[in-house]
Unconditional design. Structure first.
Length: 468
């Protein structure tokens, strides 16, 4: 028997191997715990725990007084159906599906998160250990309607660093940043309403707004923020209810809002019914904080949201929403009606991680690594005639234009055939005007195969364009 993993895992692997080799057929009684312990040279308690875990997985069944039996036949895996669908239409969810459904061998320069080894692993593990030693209620009870008081107090202090004055009572914790936006949409929108979005913008905004049956209108995004003149025209023509944008670092362009554009934007919306939602998910990646509309506005018509999936853990789901007090009451009721209580366990783990003495130093290192990779990846892409629209001051994204004649969707499909997931531009564009753009995540471009595969795909695209 291979000696990989803990002793319990070794026993479980031994039993699974026997089932796979059909030594243990469905309905067969496994060796007793004492027999198995003797055969494998393990303690009885180790085998008991291994059998119990196999029973918890549904692979075996415990029969009191009779032992453990192999469970009935399980439908075989349809291997051809595993993994991403390569022929899926390139829509707003294409990048997410391809990135999340791919295996560990797939390279993902198109995804929107850091590699696992870049995350604050030690801090998360310390938080998990501390949480496991805590009171039982912290492991089993629902969170309060607003969420962890300690985490909300911490968030209020962190938001003050970006100029936003907010009390903990104006903060509501959610399961994620996406849920926070979803709750705002449920709270403020009705089918047929109009919502302004940046063009390009985070592709999930498109999918979420489509689910709410509202009309999305794109406003071109410049290196300083949304085009103010075109924003004014859209405001007058469509009388939108919401404008959803990024605070700090823009996704996908990496641009930062300028103070002048922020001021003009808020002047434009005075007297209208427009509410602005700022997604501040990348705040900890900034070297210097860009202006926040929520800071200038004082949360009068701006709602700010965020989460920790990009800096702490995508597995520990926790987000937040900051808004004026009278809206918070309604949003809390809506959260209770749709999800009841948020995850207390996740909130406590996030609080422990953010207050860990190593978190600040860890993020300093992440920002340094991103800056180094930003320059390196930009140079590498330019050699392939892929030109960044701008080189951001911070963050993980490069918004790049492909060589003339190259279609980003076709290039992305060609790269996917070789195990590389790209993020084609029209996934982000409401007007579908970014067909020759691709968003690159510089933290996910360490493997030289990314550029080799991209080079082949671009050569193929160029040859096809010349043949037309």
């Amino acid at each position: 028997m291979a000696r990989n993993g803990t002793l319990i895992q070794q026993v479980m692997a031994h039993v699974r191997a026997g089932m796979a080799a059909r030594s243990y057929l469905p309905g067969t009684r496994l060796p007793s715990v004492r027999q198995q312990a003797g055969l494998l040279g393990m303690s009885v308690s180790t085998v008991v725990e291994a059998y119990e875990r196999l029973a918890a997985e549904g692979l075996v069944v415990a029969r009191p007084g009779a032992g453990f039996y192999v469970n009935g036949p399980v439908a075989p895996l349809a291997l051809l159906k595993l993994g991403p669908k390569l022929d899926r239409v390139v829509d707003p969810l294409w990048v997410s599906r391809q990135s999340l459904e791919s295996d560990h061998a797939t390279l993902r320069p198109g995804c929107g998160w850091l590699p696992p080894e870049w995350m604050f692993e030690e801090g998360v593990r310390r938080a998990l250990r501390a949480q496991a030693r805590g009171p039982l209620a912290e492991l089993t009870e629902y969170a309060s309607p607003l969420g962890s008081p300690g985490l909300r107090q911490l968030l209020a202090r962190r938001m003050a660093a970006t100029g936003i004055e907010v009390s903990p009572e104006q903060l509501m914790l959610t399961e994620s940043g996406t849920q926070a936006i979803d709750l705002v949409c449920r709270f403020l929108l009705k089918p047929g309403d109009t919502v302004l979005v940046d063009d390009p913008c985070y592709f999930n905004f498109h999918a979420l707004l489509k689910a709410h049956q509202v009309q999305a209108v794109g406003v071109p995004y410049t290196p300083q923020g949304p085009d103010v003149q075109l924003f004014a025209k859209a405001l007058q023509a469509h009388q939108p209810r919401l404008y959803i944008t990024n605070a700090g670092i823009h996704n996908p362009t990496g641009a930062a809002l300028s103070p002048l554009v922020a001021h003009r934007l808020l002047k434009l919306v005075e007297g209208s019914d427009l509410v602005i939602v700022e997604d501040d998910i990348f705040a900890d990646f900034e070297n210097q904080h860009a202006p926040r509309l929520a800071a200038f506005d004082g949360l009068a018509r701006v709602i700010q949201i965020g989460s920790f999936s990009k800096t702490v853990s995508a597995s520990v789901r926790c987000g937040y929403l900051a808004a004026r007090p009278d809206w918070i009451e309604g949003l809390v009721d809506l959260k209770l009606a749709t999800t009841f209580g948020a995850g207390r366990l996740a909130q406590d783990i996030i609080l422990k991680t953010l207050t860990d003495s190593g978190y600040r130093k860890h993020m300093d290192l992440v920002r340094q690594r991103l800056a180094k990779n930003m320059d390196k990846v930009a140079q590498r892409l330019r050699k392939l005639r892929v030109e960044p629209a701008l080189v951001p001051q911070a963050g993980m994204f490069l918004w790049c234009r492909l060589p003339q004649g190259a279609d980003a969707a076709a290039v992305a499909r060609a790269c996917l055939q070789e195990g590389v997931v790209l993020a084609p531009g029209n996934s982000f564009s409401q007007s579908q005007s970014a067909g020759d753009y691709v968003r690159f995540n510089v933290s996910q471009c360490a493997d030289e195969r990314v550029f080799a595969v991209l080079d082949r795909a671009l050569r193929q695209a160029t040859a096809e364009a010349q043949g037309r």
